[in-house]
Ligand binder design. Structure first.
Ligand SMILES: NC(=O)c1ccc[n+]([C@@H]2O[C@H](COP(=O)([O-])OP(=O)(O)OC[C@H]3O[C@@H](n4cnc5c(N)ncnc54)[C@H](O)[C@@H]3O)[C@@H](O)[C@H]2O)c1
Ligand SMILES: O=C(O)C(=O)C[C@]1(C(=O)O)C=C[C@@H](O)C=C1
Length: 354
C-alpha cells in the first residue's frame, strides 16, 4: 500500500495496516510529517524513483481540496491499481477528479468516520477506526473490484464499510459531524471572554461539548466550505431552536418553561437515536461506578476482577476528581451482569456506590 498524506488519518491507517502485516510506503509533501510517521513505525518513505510497479492500493489522506490533484498525480505515475481518499466531504473531490480527467474506475471515494481534535502523525493511533463506520461512495463509473479492495482496507482497519452516494453522504455528515463542529466552536468561543472564576468552575459538560472545538481551523474551513449548503441548512435549524429557547427563558412564564423542556426532551430523543457500539442499539448497557485510588495497577486489578466474574466490559470512562487522588471509573456492562460485577468489586474492597 501507499499512503499519501501522513497526518493524523493517513498515519493512523498506515499503523493499522502495518499491524495487520501489510507493507506500507509513505509520502507527504511535508518532510517533517513524513519523518515522524516513518519514525513511529507507520512504514517506509516512498522512494522518489517509485517502486517499479503499482502497489495494490493508494490511500490519499490530504485535505479535501487537494484530493483530486493528488489522485491525478498518483494515477499519472501509475502508483497503484486502486485509489481511495479519506476526505470528510465526497461530492467535491469526486467532481474535481472527473473534471481533471482522473480514471474514476479505479477511484473509490471514502471517508472513515473516526478522528481526533489533534492533527499530524504524532496524534495517530492504530486503533482509531475500530468499530467505526467507513463511508464508501462509488458510483456507476467505479469498478466493483476497486470497491472490494477498499472495503477490504476498511475491514483491515477494524471499521465497518457503509456504501452511500456522495451527495447523500455530504448531507448526512452535515447533520452528524460538520454542523455539530460549528456548534461546538460557537460554545467554546463564548469562553474567550470568561473570567478565571467561571473557567475554574468548568466541569465535564463543557469539556464534552467543546472537545472538537480544539481541531485545526485550516482543515475545518476547507471541510465546511466544501459542504456549505447542507451545513448551513442544519445550522439554521439549530439557530432557530436556540433563538426560541433564549426568548422563552427571558419570558420566564410557566408556559415558556414547558416549551424549553420540549427542546430538552427532543434532545433526549435525538441523542438516543445515535447507534451504540458496533452500530447496535444505544443505551442497552448498565453502568457500574467504581471509585478508584490513583495508584499503579488499580485498573488492571479491576479488569481482572471483571474477568473472574465472567463479565465483559463493553465500554469504560474515567472521571478525574480535580485536586483529589481518586478517580471515578464507569464500566458499561450488560444489565444482567451489572450486579454480579458490583458484588465482585465490593468483595475485593472497592467502593461501588449504589
Ligand atoms: N481529523 C479528523 O478527525 C478526520 C477524520 C476523518 C477524515 N478526515 C479527513 O482526512 C484528511 C486528512 O486530515 P488529517 O486530520 O489527517 O489532517 P492532517 O493535517 O493531520 O494531515 C494532512 C497531511 O496532508 C499533507 N498534505 C497536505 N496537502 C498535501 C498534498 N497536496 N500532497 C501531499 N500531502 C499533503 C499535510 O502535509 C499533512 O501531513 C482530510 O481530508 C480530512 O477531511 C479527517
Ligand atoms: O472525534 C473527533 O475528534 C472528530 O473530529 C471525528 C469526526 C466526527 O465528526 O465524527 C470529524 C470529522 C471527520 O470527517 C470524521 C470524524
Amino acid at each position: 500500500m501507499v499512503v499519501i498524506g501522513t497526518g493524523l488519518i493517513g498515519t493512523s491507517i498506515a499503523l493499522a495496516l502495518r499491524g495487520r502485516g501489510s507493507e506500507v510506503y509513505l509520502s507527504d509533501r511535508d518532510a517533517a510529517a513524513l519523518a515522524v510517521a516513518a519514525e513511529i513505525g507507520a512504514g517506509e518513505p516512498l522512494p522518489a524513483e517509485g517502486l517499479g510497479g503499482p502497489v495494490d492500493l493508494a490511500v490519499i489522506a490530504v485535505p479535501p481540496a487537494a484530493v483530486a490533484v493528488t489522485l491525478l498525480d498518483a494515477q499519472k505515475r501509475h502508483l497503484a491499481e486502486v485509489y481511495t481518499d479519506v476526505a470528510s466531504v465526497k461530492a467535491l473531490p469526486l467532481a474535481q477528479a472527473a473534471e481533471l480527467g482522473c480514471d474514476l474506475a479505479s477511484y473509490v471515494p471514502g471517508h472513515p468516520l473516526a478522528g481526533r481534535e489533534r492533527s499530524g502523525p504524532s496524534a495517530a493511533r492504530d486503533d482509531l477506526f475500530l468499530g467505526r463506520p467507513w463511508a464508501l461512495c462509488p458510483d456507476e463509473r467505479t469498478s466493483p473490484a476497486a470497491v472490494e479492495a477498499v472495503e477490504g482496507l476498511a475491514r483491515l482497519c477494524g471499521a465497518m464499510p457503509v456504501t452511500v452516494g456522495a451527495e447523500h453522504h455530504d448531507r448526512s455528515v452535515a447533520l452528524v459531524s460538520h454542523a455539530p463542529h460549528v456548534v461546538s466552536a460557537a460554545v467554546a468561543a463564548r469562553l474567550t471572554g470568561a473570567d478565571d472564576t467561571a473557567l475554574g468552575l468548568a466541569g465535564q459538560g463543557v469539556r464534552d461539548v467543546t472537545r472538537i472545538a480544539a481541531s485545526d481551523p485550516r482543515l475545518w474551513i476547507g471541510i465546511l466550505a466544501a459542504n456549505a449548503e447542507p451545513v448551513a441548512d442544519v445550522l439554521e435549524g439549530v439557530a432557530t431552536d436556540l433563538a426560541v429557547a433564549a426568548s422563552l427563558l427571558r419570558d420566564g412564564s410557566e408556559g415558556a418553561a414547558t416549551h424549553v423542556a420540549d427542546l430538552l426532551l427532543r434532545g433526549n430523543a435525538g441523542r438516543a437515536r445515535i447507534p451504540g457500539k458496533h452500530g447496535g442499539e444505544q443505551g442497552g448497557y448498565a453502568t457500574v461506578t467504581v471509585v478508584i485510588p490513583d495508584r499503579p495497577g488499580e485498573l488492571a486489578m479491576i479488569f481482572q476482577a471483571a474477568t473472574i466474574a465472567g463479565v465483559n466490559v463493553e465500554d469504560v470512562s474515567i472521571e478525574h476528581s480535580p485536586g483529589r487522588p481518586v478517580g471515578v471509573l464507569e464500566l458499561s456492562v450488560r444489565p444482567e451482569e451489572a450486579a454480579r460485577l458490583a458484588d465482585e468489586l465490593r468483595a475485593r474492597g472497592w467502593s461501588v456506590p449504589g
